[in-house]
Design a protein around this ligand. Structure first.
Ligand SMILES: Cc1cc2nc3c(=O)[nH]c(=O)nc-3n(C[C@H](O)[C@H](O)[C@H](O)COP(=O)(O)OP(=O)(O)OC[C@H]3O[C@@H](n4cnc5c(N)ncnc54)[C@H](O)[C@@H]3O)c2cc1C
Length: 492
């Protein structure tokens, strides 16, 4: 009996039922209806990020007209949306497209082994409810597992933490029953999570202090898009969505390019927007002037300037300093000042994880993903029939999902037409490379070595520009000199 005869086989196995995996399932169903596929999901819910995080105020900082799928209009009046609204959109997508029956919850992929002879992956899955191990084989392995660890966030070692008598909470593990009403809260961090938590907690807390080592760029944005909300009455819902999406793609691109080309002007503009929201005499530069240029790290958006409002009203404040030690009553800073606290929230980031921590091997040889180079932003050099989803970090992640999934479906059709069963990009003998993750935030820098690399030009470069990707992935051909195709002996 050969290895595979008793094992369930699907043409494509998708890992992860977050926004990327659900998107991949939609496109496969529509564009490759003849293919069998399944989604394996470690958790017991869809949604990934949007179900995991439960901290107060959890919301997107992208506009949902670009963060939602191209094929399903975002119809909520709020363009910057809560996790609840995003989850309800994802649930609708799943039920409207019959995707639910394809998801196997509590199935965590542990390893995947490629056999060239059989042109298949053998995938080891652990059932997170029973501990049982299940094996599935697949022709293509599509990894939509996000980019960070689900079991724990990142918390630096804080001296004296054990002395603190209050509560210390990480936003990734928010206790459902946490009561912080009238309490003194210190939020450590200055990223998107911290700036979301500040106004949300300040609604009922005694006072909220955001303690940051260094400032980030914080940009007020309207939570509603007036054009998006007016257009449907004029041109119908479907067209209005398409127009708004195009408008917002163009706006994101324009802002990003402006920041890259004119960093000085961008800095001044953001400072002006911040100063306008803050009380007269506020030390804007001390707390809102980062050392880096706009978009060297992701900008933090604050809808309707909610965080600035909390500061203006005295419910929240920002302290820029370094932690010397936790004390019994709070945190002592290097300046000597002590911040008293009942609750400390460590909004100190994510622990990044490549490809869901899955061990990959090709013909018995372990794949060191850090030695691999991304091709067209979704294939890996010399790893056959392996695709992954990694969205934009300088605009909405999901914009890339549609482009990659469409191209992937065209690649499958191309292979079927030629009876090919194997495909992988072949790395040229010598090619300069750089890390795949270009964003300079601390939590990204810490993990850069665990992720693949990218080239510096052509399809080896992972593009962060929707228009250029559109040209390559939607308009460009599937065939490429650098792609190796083959037909396995068994298929021939
Ligand atoms: C708090 C927060 C806010 C964000 N806001 C924005 C925003 O406004 N705009 C934006 O563009 N991006 C934002 N992001 C980035 C965000 O993660 C992506 O936009 C998007 O949600 C990622 O979707 P995904 O499906 O690729 O990954 P995820 O949402 O991470 O989903 C991955 C899924 O794969 C599953 N999985 C992982 N490993 C395995 C395994 N080994 N076996 C089986 N299943 C596995 C996980 O359980 C999970 O369900 C935010 C991220 C965070 C943490």
């Amino acid at each position: 009996m050969d290895t595979f005869s008793s094992i369930e086989h699907v043409d494509v196995l998708i890992v992860g039922a977050g926004i990327s995996g659900i998107g991949a399932a939609y496109y496969l169903q529509k564009k490759q209806p003849g293919k069998s596929f399944a989604i394996v999901e470690a958790r017991d819910q869809i949604g990934g990020t949007w179900d995991l995080f439960r901290y107060p105020g959890i919301r997107s900082d992208s506009d949902l007209h670009t963060f939602s799928y191209e094929f399903k209009a975002w119809e909520n009046e709020k363009a910057i949306a809560s996790a609840d609204a995003i989850m309800s959109y994802l649930r609708d997508t799943v039920s409207e497209n019959g995707i639910g029956k394809l998801i196997r919850f509590r199935h965590k992929v542990v390893s995947a082994a490629w056999s060239t002879e059989d042109a298949r992956w053998l995938v080891e899955i652990e059932r997170t409810d029973t501990g049982e191990h299940v094996t599935v084989s697949c022709g293509w392995f599509f990894c939509a597992s996000g980019y960070y660890r689900y079991d724990e966030g990142y918390t630096p070692e804080f001296p004296g933490r054990e002395r603190f008598t209050g509560q210390v909470i990480h936003p990734q593990h928010w206790p459902e029953d946490l009561d912080y009403g009238d309490k003194r809260v210190v939020i450590i961090g200055s990223g998107a999570t911290a700036v979301t938590l500040v106004p949300a907690m300040a609604e009922t807390a005694g006072h909220v202090t955001m303690l940051q080592r260094s400032p980030s760029y914080i940009v007020p944005v309207p939570s509603e898009d007036r054009i998006a909300n007016t257009l449907p009455k004029l041109i119908g819902r479907k067209r209005a969505y398409a127009v708004t999406r195009q408008k917002n793609v163009a706006r994101q691109r324009l802002i990003w390019r402006f920041c890259q080309q004119y960093p000085g002007a961008a800095r001044r503009l953001i400072r002006h927007l911040n100063a306008k929201q803050l009380p007269a005499g506020y030390p804007v530069d001390e707390h809102f002037k980062p050392a880096y240029n706009p978009w060297d790290q992701r900008l933090c958006a604050v809808p309707d300037a909610d965080m600035f409002k909390a500061i203006r009203e005295g419910r929240a404040s920002v302290v820029t300093d370094q932690i010397d030690t936790f004390t019994e009553r709070g945190i002592r800073l290097q300046s000597g000042r002590e911040l008293e606290a009942d609750v400390v929230v460590t909004a100190t980031g994510l622990s990044l994880l490549a490809f869901g921590g899955i061990s990959l091997s090709v013909d018995g040889v372990a794949v060191d993903v850090a030695q691999k180079v991304a091709f067209k932003g979704f294939l890996l050099s010399d790893v056959p029939n392996f695709a992954y989803m990694f969205g934009y970090t300088n605009s909405s992640w999901t914009l890339k999902v549609g482009l990659v999934c469409e191209h992937f479906c065209r690649l499958l059709a191309h292979m079927d037409a030629r009876r090919h069963t194997v495909c992988y990009p072949q790395l040229p003998e010598s090619m300069p490379t750089r890390p795949l993750l270009g964003i300079g935030a601390g939590y990204v820098k810490r993990a850069v070595d665990q992720f693949p690399h990218q080239g510096t030009a052509g399809p080896w470069r992972t593009c962060m520009d929707y228009r250029a990707d559109h040209k390559m992935l939607r308009e460009g051909p599937v065939e490429d000199d650098r792609l190796h195709f083959a037909t396995s002996a068994s298929a021939a």
